[in-house]
Design a protein around this ligand. Structure first.
Ligand code: RFL
Ligand code: PHB
Length: 397
């Protein structure tokens, strides 16, 4: 039996778990990370690309942003398109200079993993946590397996950063939280293609055929998404059909979408989910383990990092200032932003996806919102400040 001892036992080497580990280390608090999957699998998993200002600031502050600063793309605005009419929402002038950066989630994960190993710390890949015990005591344990051997982490606290399907939420006593869930009646088909982006900033589009999004990863790699029916079969979408449909939905006068070789294709369900308590005893949940938003606002990874800020405040209070107060307030503090992000993600999803017949009452509401963005600086500001991410002070009542 492998036995490890640390202050905070972390389950999951996604953005939440890795950021927590680094941030704790910067305060002299020890942790060990367990990751179910292999390093190759985690580093190849294609997901988010949009980093909020707060996320970039945190990674910079932790000295983890060298490559992000070199290779990430700063975006100072976003294009919104409706029935072929495109408007730009500028971030800088509406938010006092806050922006977003495009940099792949798996690149963040690579950078943080490299830096963790470079500083001689422990992260076990292919080491699933199988059980969390004694969370009501002052010395909880995480049971795991690694290389055919059983193991145990003895720690002061367990941080379950283990994503939507992890064991953290399953360990939380059922009676300690309420659960909220909405499933949308459409999926996203996402592609990565070896072609220069046909846009300098992201384009979100409503079209009578459905939603489309043009994002990017680099000067030579484009990331695009299409709204497709629930449970759609990828086989119905050969490359040519994808490019044709993207060109129709994103189209506007005088603009052309450049197609190219697609090297990754996947389908994602669209869901809003969260629980209204993220802690019990010595167990704390962060990131997708506690909440999922539909990706239309680009909030999931950013919310995960925001949770970590509150959790670090709590652990620093406990270890450095001998106070449990902040830790006890963790869920309450994190939930303020989670509610805001749930609302914004739902807003962006319902504004740009086809939900009812083109021309229906629902459509007219969507169009009324789009027209209002064009004419009202106040409305555009609301969108811009949520999109780039509200500063932490905005939630301090
Ligand atoms: P993760 O990234 O899922 O990491 C959890 C890790 O825990 C491991 N794990 C375990 N390890 C040990 N023992 C166990 N028992 C374990 N069970 C699970 C898992 O293998 C995994 O490595 O959660 P985290 O850290 O909370 O991060 C959340 C983000 O990954 C997620 O919210 C975003 O990817 C969502 N998202 C987006 N977020 C953004 O902020 N901006 C975006 O532009 C954006 N675009 C997206 C997205 C998600 C998408 N998909 C595929 C769901 C676009 C898409 C298409
Ligand atoms: C992405 O680049 O993958 C991306 C960007 C913005 C979103 C969702 C995904 O809203």
């Amino acid at each position: 039996m492998k036995k490890l001892k640390t202050q905070v036992g972390i389950i999951g080497a996604g953005p939440a778990g890795l950021t927590l580990a680094h941030w704790l280390k910067s305060h002299g608090i020890s942790s060990v990370i367990l990751e179910h999957r292999s390093r190759a699998y985690v580093e190849a998993r294609v997901r988010a690309g949009l980093l909020e200002q707060n996320t970039v600031d945190i990674l910079k502050q932790l000295n983890l942003a060298d490559r992000l600063e070199q290779e990430g793309h700063l975006h100072e605005g976003v294009y919104l398109s409706f029935d072929g009419e495109r408007v730009r929402v500028p971030f800088g002038e509406l938010t006092g200079g806050r922006n977003i950066t495009i940099y792949g989630q798996q690149e963040v994960v690579k950078d943080l993993t490299d830096a963790w190993y470079a500083s001689g710390q422990t992260l076990l890949f292919e080491a699933p946590a199988v059980k969390i015990e004694n969370i009501d005591s002052e010395s909880p344990q995480i049971h795991f397996t690694h290389q055919g051997e059983d193991g145990i982490i003895e720690c002061d606290f367990v941080a379950a950063c283990d994503g939507f399907h992890g064991i953290g939420r399953k360990t939380l006593p059922k009676e300690s939280y309420n659960e909220f869930e909405v499933s949308y009646p459409f999926f996203w088909l996402g592609i990565l293609a070896n072609v220069a982006p046909s846009t300098d900033e992201l384009i979100y589009a409503y079209h009578q055929n459905g939603f489309a999004l043009h994002s990017l990863r680099s000067e030579s790699v484009s990331r695009l998404y299409l709204q497709v029916p629930n449970d759609e079969d990828l086989n119905n979408w050969p490359d040519q059909r994808i490019w044709e449909e993207l060109a129709i939905r994103l189209g506007t006068q005088g603009w052309k979408l450049q197609p190219g070789p697609i090297f990754e294709k996947s389908i994602t369900p669209m869901r809003s989910y969260f629980i209204d308590n993220m802690q019990h005893g010595r167990l704390f949940l962060a990131g997708d383990a506690a909440h999922i938003v539909p990706p239309t606002g680009g909030k999931g990874l950013n919310l995960a990092i925001a949770d970590i800020k509150h959790l670090v405040d709590g652990f620093v209070g406990f270890y450095r200032n001998n106070s449990i107060g902040q830790l006890e307030q963790y869920s309450i503090n994190a939930l303020k932003r989670i509610w805001r992000a749930q609302d914004f993600s739902n807003f962006m999803t319902t504004l740009f996806h086809k939900q009812d017949e083109h021309g229906s009452f629902q459509y007219q509401l969507q169009k009324a919102k789009f027209d209002y963005i064009k004419t009202s600086k106040a409305y555009a500001t609301t969108i811009a400040e949520n999109y780039v991410g509200l500063p932490f002070e905005a939630f301090e009542a």
